[in-house]
Design a protein around this ligand. Sequence first.
Ligand SMILES: Cc1cc2nc3c(=O)[nH]c(=O)nc-3n(C[C@H](O)[C@H](O)[C@H](O)COP(=O)(O)OP(=O)(O)OC[C@H]3O[C@@H](n4cnc5c(N)ncnc54)[C@H](O)[C@@H]3O)c2cc1C
Length: 291
Amino acid sequence: MYPSRFRYEAPRSLGEAISLLTEGGDEAKVMAGGQSLVPLMKLRFASPELIVDINNIGGLDYHRADADGTLRIGALCRHADLERSDLLRGTQPTMAAAAPLIADPLVRNRGTLVGSLCHADPQGDWASVMTALGGSVIAQGPGGRRAIGVADFVTGPFENTLEPGEIAVEAVVPPAQGTRSGGYLKLERRVGDFATVGVAVALETAGGTVKRAGIALTGVGGSTIAATAAADALAGKVLTPEGIEQAADLTAQAARPRTDHRGSAEYKRHMVRTFVVRLLSRDLEPAERAA
Ligand SMILES: Cc1cc2nc3c(=O)[nH]c(=O)nc-3n(C[C@H](O)[C@H](O)[C@H](O)COP(=O)(O)OP(=O)(O)OC[C@H]3O[C@@H](n4cnc5c(N)ncnc54)[C@H](O)[C@@H]3O)c2cc1C
């Protein structure tokens, strides 16, 4: 199907883009990679009257770390940039694990992490990764800039808290309180598919104690799920096999899977539990790991 008729603008500055979006109100949409927006328009699930393509705006394609370790990802940083990133491989194990699991190479070459957060698909992998990491989104609009925690930014399936006129210009991961570990595991029916189940785990450990833990889930609820009870149970303690089992149980309880063509709710909940145990057990001494 062809999209409905729309006006297309490709501004060269953020200021111009914000003016266009403000003028367009609810009928205007930002286009970044177009990998989610264009298919929706072709199916006529979205029929914006104005598309503001931000790809001609310079200086948004970065990802970099500040001196204190804060990671910043610009609105035009592609999934493929993150997949190939030495910075991520060296400092962000959860993100580095997720990047190659997003879609297929064609989609990764165009799609953006920030666009994925804005799209707020319950099966989007980045929202759970960023939730586990305690990340935030920087929005810029007519009233200036503001930071929104990812857990507050994604309010439901395909819903975010951006106001008309605002652009998400950057995603931010705060510095770690110690050594980072963790990862992302994704069950998919075939390579490149959306998640049947995805689990993101992010740990920050110092002196043998977990200083901060984050666990979040993809594809097992109406939106990204933060398993806060499980994460809270790990924080402030030394990681033990018993603690891992408890966190896995609490995470499985937080999941809200539904039976569908990808599998039964029971199977998906079981996989959530299994993935949490697998990811957290990597941080145990070899002798403590289950055989
Ligand atoms: C075949 C296929 C398979 C896929 N598989 C996966 C997968 O396995 N895992 C996964 O996570 N994703 C998957 N995706 C989605 C893909 O990751 C998209 O790239 C991503 O969801 C959206 O990023 P984008 O830059 O393309 O955003 P766009 O399509 O340009 O935009 C998506 C939405 O976000 C809004 N938006 C985008 N950027 C901004 C911004 N800076 N400020 C404000 N609003 C903005 C747009 O207005 C639109 O509503 C798949 C897509 C396809 C086509």
